[in-house]
Design a protein around this ligand. Structure first.
Ligand code: T5A
Length: 217
């Protein structure tokens, strides 16, 4: 590998990204591969502050445009502080969410337009794009139940974050958008059926990752 490898994990709420990243990182590390686990929004000082601002359920209403700018501000900092330096140090980066989340959540579900948001993301990222994206596809009702142990309709009473409390219609738009992104670029975006057992999802993810690492070796 000339430089590092950038892998993103995408999906709706409760799809299993965080659990999968932990297991993939463990397996790659046991093969002697140097891994960086990171997430969006977050993973930098600025990004973690933005995460708190964005996901705090009790905060004042946020305009969809302001929300987009904040996710992108976190991303710009993340690219400069974490992703580019890790690529230069030839690490394998496992990143929980990236541009596809912005296109699906802000572009589709918040209604700002998928193409418009995609082009803004391209401007912000200055060519830093994932080699591979693992999209964990799950029925939003199942994902929300897994993540919260309840339906989204009663989530607000339990203090869930500002995006989690949105209803099923909102989360269904997100799934539809992710599927469109996968259909548009199947070479980069690898779909995993996240309704399967964790071990099976992980085995399929590792197969795709090993194929990628082999092709870049
Ligand atoms: N967002 C983010 C935007 O709107 N725009 C953007 O540009 C970006 C970057 C981030 C929020 O911000 C939004 C999207 C999000 O709403 P977050 O807390 O990072 O917030 O939210 P999520 O990434 O959705 O985190 P979750 O924890 O909800 O989901 P995960 O990480 O996909 O799921 P995970 O691994 O925590 O698993 C959830 C539960 O399911 C179980 C796990 O054990 C756990 O209990 N599980 C399974 N159960 C059965 N079978 C399997 N295969 C399972 N896999 C996991």
């Amino acid at each position: 590998m000339g430089r590092g490898v950038f892998i993103t994990f995408e999906g709706g709420e409760g799809a299993g990204k965080s659990s999968l990243i932990e297991e993939v990182a463990r397996q790659l590390a046991s093969d002697g591969i140097q891994v960086v686990k990171t997430r969006e929004p977050g993973s930098t000082h600025l990004g973690e502050h933005i995460r708190t601002l964005l996901l705090n359920h009790t905060s004042q209403p946020v305009s969809p445009y302001a929300e987009l700018c904040l996710f992108l501000a976190a991303r710009a900092q993340h690219i400069q502080e974490v992703i580019v330096p890790s690529l230069e140090r030839r690490k394998v980066i496992l990143c929980d969410r990236y541009n596809d989340s912005t296109i699906a959540y802000q572009g589709a579900a918040r209604g700002l337009g998928m193409e418009k948001v995609e082009s803004i993301c391209e401007f912000i990222c200055q060519g830093v794009q994932p080699h591979l994206t693992l999209y964990l596809d799950i029925d939003p009702a199942v994902g929300l139940f897994r993540a919260r142990g309840s339906s989204p309709e009663i989530a607000g009473e339990r203090g869930y974050d500002r995006i989690e409390v949105e209803g099923l219609e909102f989360h269904s738009k997100i799934r539809k958008a992710f599927l469109e992104i996968h259909e548009k670029d199947p070479a980069r975006v690898h779909l995993l059926d996240a309704s399967q057992k964790k071990e099976i999802v992980c085995a399929e993810a590792m197969k795709a990752i090993r194929l990628l690492l082999g092709s870049l070796a």
